[in-house]
Design a protein around this ligand. Sequence first.
Ligand code: NDP
Length: 335
Amino acid sequence: LFQDRKLGIALVGLGSYSTNQLAPALQKTQHCRLAGIVTGTPSKAEAWKQKYNIPDKNIYNYQNFDRIADNPDIDVVYVVLPNNMHGEYVIRAARAGKHVICEKPLAITVKECQDMIDACKKANRQLAVGYRLHYEPFTLEMMRLGQQKVFGAVKFVEASDGFKAGDPNQWRLKKSMAGGGPLMDVGIYAVNGVRYVTGEEPISVTAQFGPKTNPEKFKDVEETMFWQFELPSGAVSNSTTSYSAGVERLYAAAENGWFELRPAFGYGPLKGNTSKGPIEQPIVTHQAVHMDGVCKTLLDGQKLPDHITGEEGLRDVRLLQAIYRAAETGRKIDL
Ligand code: NDP
């Protein structure tokens, strides 16, 4: 049966997210399977080959990656590399004729995001962003409560995401690879959260850098940041992101009540509450529902919904850049 067909996914970059989240999730998916890998580390290729029974012909490195064009086992390339490498590999995947899923942030500049979107369009392939929460039930309920004004119009959102970054030598602390600090890495969830709870696009932003309490570790990127959006309805938001301490919540105050997720952005289980009682939703594997959601749409020959496309990824990168500009200039930036 055609419906039983699973799309073959090749993961590019076998780091912690691929290893600990995506590969295990791909053992639970209905509409896709782990079919190939792209890695610069031969020992990983060997280990993955054994563990996941991947044939040699579906194993690539960064040099011979373009030959994936000739491999019918691979339908979708999933780019899970450091942020500054997303652009190159998405574009090469599109040129190889593959659909692409790309991790967040889509890229580190708006121009690069646009080039990636254009390359996929030109190749007549679809580009999805790795927003796993967009298929996650607690998050979908927050979208419904906010966008359908279940507690009246949303007036205020607090969305914050931060954690204590360990290894001082990781690429996440290098501006050239990460594009910035915690804002690029997890602050993006708070930006996206304000947008999906309100269903609105911010019209202005103010922002502030927090102090560097560890100037050596944070010589290249911010340690903590705060920002505020104004939304067209008059709603406002306030956010914090940090690599110094943990924070993870999405809270909306509306005319007739409030609703929140805490935790809101991690791998879960997420937990939700409202002024009328708890949010009850099934606990799912975020990565499995995300990849299944995207691949089901591709298998059905449908266009991906706007909220999971490269354009959606670009909107957030544009806002991240505006947040940096607002903090650097100390001025309110109109969007
Ligand atoms: P890691 O550092 O753990 O892995 C990155 C991998 O990329 C490496 O293991 C390596 O794989 C490959 N790579 C190729 N060139 C380089 C290089 N110059 N420096 C470092 N690594 C290189 O990162 P993560 O897995 O944590 O993150 C990867 C991407 O996934 C990021 O964009 C991140 O934002 C995103 N992410 C998304 C999450 C989500 O919840 N949606 C959660 C975590 C990360 P190899 O040895 O196979 O070549």
